[in-house]
Every structure is written in C-alpha cells, then in structure tokens.
Ligand binder design. Structure first.
Ligand SMILES: Nc1ncnc2c1ncn2[C@@H]1O[C@H](COP(=O)(O)OP(=O)(O)OP(=O)(O)O)[C@@H](O)[C@H]1O
Ligand SMILES: [Mg+2]
Length: 321
C-alpha cells in the first residue's frame, strides 16, 4: 500500500505518460474506472488522435465531445483544430461554423509550424477543464490525461512555460500564467509514469523523470510498473523442473505423457528466466527512482477491453490507499 498517493484522486489533473506501448492508455483507463468507483466524475482525455482509448471500455470511438463510456467516466479525444476553434470562440468571440475560416486556417498553420503552439492548444484545453473544476463550474471532479509518450511529454507539459519565455508580455503572459500555476501546484496536478520491468522502459522512465524535474515545474506522482510477472514457481518447484529436464526425466515424460509435454519444461524455464530478468530491471528502477511505485500484474488473458481495465483497476485499488 503506497501512503504517498493516499490523496491521488483528490488532485484535479492526473497526467499519465511513459514509453510507447507500455500500457499508458490501459492504465489511464483503469485509473479513471477506479476514481469513478470511488465516487468521482472523471474526464478522461486522449491527447493523440488515435481515438482508441474508448476501446478500454468496449465503447465505440469517441471524438472531441466527451461521451460517458462507463458510469462516471467520460472520454474525449483531443483535436488541435477543434481546440483552436473553441479557443477562438471563447477568447476572441469569433463564431466559427462549418469549415475552418481563412483565419483559423492561417492560425492552424502557425499551430503546426511554430514550436510549442500545437502543444499549448493541447495542454491549454486540458488545463481549461481543470480550471473549470477548481473554480467550481464543472460537472467533473478530476481530469485524467492520457498524455504524449515520454519522448514528447516534456515539450507538452512545458509548452506554457516555453511560450511565456518567448513572449513575456500582455495577454500571452496572462493566458499562460494560469496554466503554469495549475500545472505546478502539487495539490492539483501529478504526473505519473507508466513503465514495465524491462530495460528500455526503465531507462526511459529514469530519463523522463530527470527531464521533467530539470525542465518543468510539474509535480511528480508515482511510477506505475505494469506487466509485472507473477511468481509462478518457488525455488523448490524450479529444482523439480530442472531435474525433470534431465535426459531420464524427459524420457519418462515423453513415455508417460507424450512428446508434447516437453514444451512445458521449456515454458517453465522461460518463465523463470523472464521473471529473473524482470526482477533485475525492477531493482534498477527502485535504485534510480525515488518516487512511490505501484505494481500491476501481467494479465494472461485473451480478451482485452473492459475486462482488462477492470482487473487492473482492482489491482490499483489494492495499491492506492
Ligand atoms: N498488465 C497488462 N497485462 C496484459 N496486457 C496488457 C497489460 N497492460 C496493457 N496491456 C495490453 O498491452 C497493449 C498496449 O497497451 P496500451 O495501448 O495501453 O499502451 P500505450 O502505452 O497506451 O501504447 P501507445 O504508446 O501506443 O499509446 C494493449 O493491448 C493492452 O490491452
Ligand atoms: Mg496509448
């Protein structure tokens, strides 16, 4: 049980990042499900336009308008163009209907060309929703952001700061200041890094934590170690498997059980080797990272979707006080 994260769901923004493919979206969905079980109304935001976050709830794809995919969990997929339209509509009072206006097209060009602008539209939209919560105007209690992978998340979370460094005057300052304030407040925001007990994900985790600390003011939450292998065998079992793996053992296995049974020995060996190597990487992670770690099991299931999301939410429930 991790004491530090006792109030994790009392924050207003949980950012989830990590190396590509480690399970960021699955973990973000499970966190959302658990928060909903604990009585929160959650806005779960997918920031890249893959649009498959709703799969975790076995719901059809969701666009920019939040859709309740599960009781208490609403999913939306961020879209730079729609954020820009909404921004212009709210801030510049420009009604934009139908196709993009020439002005929006011009700004859209800026948005994709200038460094930090696309990112500010992403993080700006997310923080807009966070501010609505903080100021008591939202139907939500919590925003969970399925953020960019670790290679890009520093730019994404640091966008408001970088833009402010470039244009430190007038409205730009005012419009980025509140973002930086929300993002750097540990009572409001926590960035959580998902990893797996493997070499590259662990190295990237150590690296992104160092970069977030060095280059941004965002508070770090915890490291979520996904796909941890269960201990299938004790040392005693392992010795038994090894003696079965001797020529005489193999012969009698083939004789009594059939030639297919040899595969079981190889599988046992593989399971032990995998667990050992993962235990080493877990050790390195613990040595190099000073954040609380939560552990999620490797699920051996053929079905994905809501079942996996539920099982991982159950596991998180035990890990989060
Ligand atoms: N603990 C687990 N046990 C088994 N399978 C898992 C586990 N966690 C995630 N998966 C599966 O791994 C796959 C990748 O997960 P997911 O899409 O969440 O990763 P991601 O980090 O969001 O990837 P991307 O970088 O592409 O966005 C999915 O099929 C998911 O169901
Ligand atoms: Mg993902």
């Amino acid at each position: 049980m991790v004491e530090h994260s006792a109030s994790i769901f009392d924050r207003r923004l949980l950012v989830v990042t990590g190396k590509g493919g480690v399970g960021k979206s699955t973990v973000a969905a499970s966190l959302a499900l658990l928060a909903a079980r604990r009585g929160k109304r959650v806005l779960l935001v997918e920031v890249d336009a893959k649009g498959n976050l709703a799969d975790a709830f076995e719901h059809r794809q969701v666009g920019y308008t939040p859709v309740e995919v599960h009781p208490g969990v609403l999913v939306m997929t961020l879209d730079t163009e729609k954020s820009l339209r909404e921004y212009m509509h709210i801030n510049l009072k420009i009604p934009i209907f139908g196709h993009l206006s020439p002005l929006a097209r011009a700004l859209e060009f800026v948005a994709t060309a200038a460094p930090g602008v696309k990112e500010i539209l992403t993080i700006g939209k997310v923080l807009w929703d966070v501010r609505e919560i903080v100021e008591g105007r939202s139907e939500f209690d919590l925003v969970i952001m399925d953020a960019a992978a670790s290679g890009h998340v520093v730019a994404q979370l640091g966008a408001a700061d970088s833009i402010r460094a470039l244009v430190d005057v007038g409205p730009v300052r005012a419009q980025t200041e509140w973002m930086v304030e929300l993002l750097s407040d540990p009572a409001i925001t926590a960035v959580n890094v998902v990893t797996t007990p493997e070499e590259m994900p662990v190295a990237e985790t150590v690296d992104v934590i160092a970069r977030l600390r060095a280059e941004t003011a965002v508070p770090l939450g915890c490291v979520i170690v996904n796909r941890v292998l269960p201990e299938l065998f004790t040392t005693h079992d392992e010795l038994a498997f090894e003696s079965l793996n001797q020529p005489s053992g193999r012969e009698s296995l083939v004789e009594h059980v059939g030639s297919g049974s040899i595969a079981v020995l190889d599988a046992a060996r593989l399971a032990v080797a995998l667990r050992r190597s993962r235990a080493e990487h877990l050790g390195e992670l613990r040595a190099d990272v000073d954040l609380p770690c939560l552990y999620l099991p490797y699920l051996f299931t053929r079905s994905f979707g809501l079942r996996v999301t539920r099982l991982l939410a159950d596991a998180l429930d035990e890990e989060i006080a």
